[in-house]
Design a protein around this ligand. Structure first.
Ligand SMILES: [Zn+2]
Ligand SMILES: [Zn+2]
Length: 337
């Protein structure tokens, strides 16, 4: 049997270990993907630390997978061996739960998540449901496509479904792994774009990425600054600090929305009354389905949106993960095979 390398975590919270495994075979409706690149995401923590329901050890993390189809199981339609494909957090829906039966696939109660509920992309090969595949445009390198399959779709899909229209004032809170993509998408979607970050260190980059305005939240009151610009239609919160989110809430314009994609477990404190006068709201947004991923990749090619990445070889998954967790990555770590 042919073998492959995989970086597995053997026990809850354990280190990444290089192991040799047999290359898995795709079952009915599945595809075997030869992984070329896999992004390292903060949500890999849910697998490594066993925090997500359904994680079993050993687990191979990785849900920002870019590569090509190396084999197909029975009954797969619409895909061919050799095609370049990606897979993100959405690993396929069950088709029988209530959200699925309503067509809300990202709400599937039995959703497969690569690298969390099944082995993921920190390996030479991975088997996924064919319904989870997204086509990668030729012009996109695998290492650039990988982070777009989680960080990219998360920000792009939230913004395009936010209801904001061309010319609206849209703020991106945080200029990091998610935020540096959020700024680019907001600009390319035609929004008057405000980047908000701590300190002046990110200003030059934010402006280079196209931001029309920059707010240093340590020196200025971000809510007052947003109001001075007319009030934001949407503020996309990409940070994980609940207090930073609460601090911008007052910057929403009439019927504006704070849209949360930064996964924080902290309680958020704000006076509920402040939502009433302006009919403002706070909402979350889950990433999206395989077609949303494909749309993200296609738009990124069309508009020239690219992630800023640091690459490391697969065997250095532990180092890449530690850099990401420490906030040292500029801005997304990608493992290459
Ligand atoms: Zn992710
Ligand atoms: Zn379902």
């Amino acid at each position: 049997m042919p073998t492959m390398r995989a970086m597995q975590v053997s026990e809850k919270g354990g280190p990444f270990e290089l192991v040799t495994r047999e290359v898995p075979s795709p079952g009915p409706g599945e595809a075997l993907v030869r992984v070329h690149a896999c992004g390292v995401c903060h949500s890999d923590m849910y697998a490594k630390d066993g925090l997500y329901p359904g994680v079993t050890f050993p687990v191979v993390p990785g849900h920002e997978i870019a590569g090509l189809i190396a084999g197909l199981g029975d009954g797969v339609h619409g895909w061919e061996a050799g095609q370049r494909v990606g897979v993100g957090w959405f690993g396929g829906n069950c088709g029988y739960c209530e959200p699925c039966r309503r067509g809300d696939f990202i709400g599937c109660r039995n959703m497969a998540i690569p690298g969390v509920t099944m082995d993921g992309g920190y390996a030479d090969y991975v088997v996924v449901k064919a319904s989870a595949l997204a086509s990668i445009p030729d012009e996109l390198e695998s290492q650039d496509a990988a982070p777009l399959l989680c960080a990219g779709i998360t920000t792009f899909n939230a913004l395009r479904r936010s209801g904001a229209r061309g010319g609206d004032l849209v703020a991106i809170l945080g200029v990091g792994g998610l935020g540096h993509l959020g700024v680019q998408y907001a600009v390319k979607l035609g929004f008057e774009t405000v980047a908000i970050a701590r300190g002046t260190g990110k200003e030059e980059l934010a402006r280079k990425l196209g931001a029309h305005h920059y707010i240093d939240s340590t020196a200025q009151d971000p809510a007052a600054e947003l109001q001075a610009l007319g009030g934001a239609s949407v503020i996309l919160a990409t940070v994980t600090s609940a207090s930073a989110m609460a601090a911008v809430l007052g910057g929403l314009g009439q019927r504006g929305q704070l849209l949360i994609v930064g996964a924080s477990g902290e309680p958020m404190q704000f006076p509920p009354a402040m939502l009433i006068g302006g009919n403002t709201s706070i909402a979350g947004h889950a990433s999206g389905t395989s077609q949303d991923s494909q749309d993200t990749l296609a738009f990124s090619r069309l508009a020239g949106v690219r992630p800023m990445i640091e690459t490391l070889p697969l065997e250095q998954a532990g180092e890449a993960y530690d850099r990401m967790m420490a906030g040292d990555a500029r801005f997304r770590m990608v493992l290459t095979t």
